[in-house]
Design a protein around this ligand. Structure first.
Ligand code: RET
Length: 252
């Protein structure tokens, strides 16, 4: 399990991935430290899991920990552990932004976890089982996208224009970027071998940083929606029973 069997260049790639993830940690750290923001409403502590856990996983991959070989392929155990922990958080957080019913959020996060676990089975087995697992993983992926694209907007309980805008940014990023993962898997040595192990490491690391760090940055850009309610109180001054969630105009 602990055989540091990959060459030095992979470690350089994963080292850069670790640094990239630390940028995401810094972004969420700012959010947590900004006392004009309601950290409980923003759930920034939960969001922090994403870059922090990924940084840890990339540090492990840099050190060659958790690499094992199955049927002649090198498999990065830490990568799947990273995905298993962080991708459900990315999915659930998008739902949190527009206050989607808990059961629906858990459904999407659960499908995501099934996608990663069966993807791991596909990576570590051979023959029919491998392709069956790939099929189940892809199906879970499609169902998860259906829940995010169709059910999340339907079950949103808080839909100010600002929250909706942030939700759409995060959800569309998931919908577009993530489609590349099964394609990379198929092209990698585990799939049809069109891309080398090093090439796969570079693609997946680049994608990992691209899927996680801009996500935290987009939340940071829209942080105004998580301002403390009390800051608005003086302005609104109880004129209307209509809503504590009165939209506030923003510049973007
Ligand atoms: C696998 C192979 C089996 C079929 C499918 C896959 C999808 C993986 C995805 C991963 C997303 C990872 C992210 C990581 C962030 O750092 C497991 C590759 C459908 C969608 C966003």
């Amino acid at each position: 399990m602990l055989s540091p069997s990959l060459g030095g260049v992979d470690s350089v790639v994963y080292g850069l991935g670790t640094l990239g993830m630390l940028v995401g940690v810094a972004v969420v750290w700012w959010l947590l430290r900004d006392d004009t923001l309601d950290a409980a409403a923003g759930r920034f502590r939960t969001l922090m899991i994403v870059p922090a856990f990924a940084a840890l996983s990339y540090a492990l991959m840099t050190a060659g920990v958790g690499v094992f070989s199955v049927g002649g392929y090198e498999v990065e155990g830490a990568r799947y552990l990273d995905w298993l922990v962080t991708t459900p958080v990315l999915v659930a957080y998008a739902g949190h932004v527009v206050d989607v019913d808990r059961s629906v959020v858990l459904g999407a996060a659960g499908l995501d976890a099934v996608m990663i676990l069966t993807g791991f089975v596909a990576t570590t087995t051979a023959g029919t089982l491998r392709w069956a697992a790939f099929g189940v993983s892809s199906l879970a992926f499609v169902l998860m996208l259906y829940v995010m694209f169709v059910q999340f907007p339907r079950r949103a309980n808080t839909e100010t224009p600002e929250r909706r805008r942030l939700f759409l940014r995060l959800r569309n990023q998931v919908g577009v970027l993530w489609l590349l993962y099964p394609v990379i898997w198929l092209a990698s040595p585990v799939g049809f071998g069109l891309v080398s192990t090093l090439g796969t490491a570079m693609l997946v690391t680049f994608m990992g940083v691209a899927a996680k760090v801009p996500y935290t940055w987009v939340v940071h850009e829209h942080r105004g929606i998580f301002r403390h309610e009390r800051l608005d109180d003086g302005v609104v001054d109880g004129t209307d029973a209509g809503g504590a969630e009165t939209p506030v105009a923003t510049a973007d």
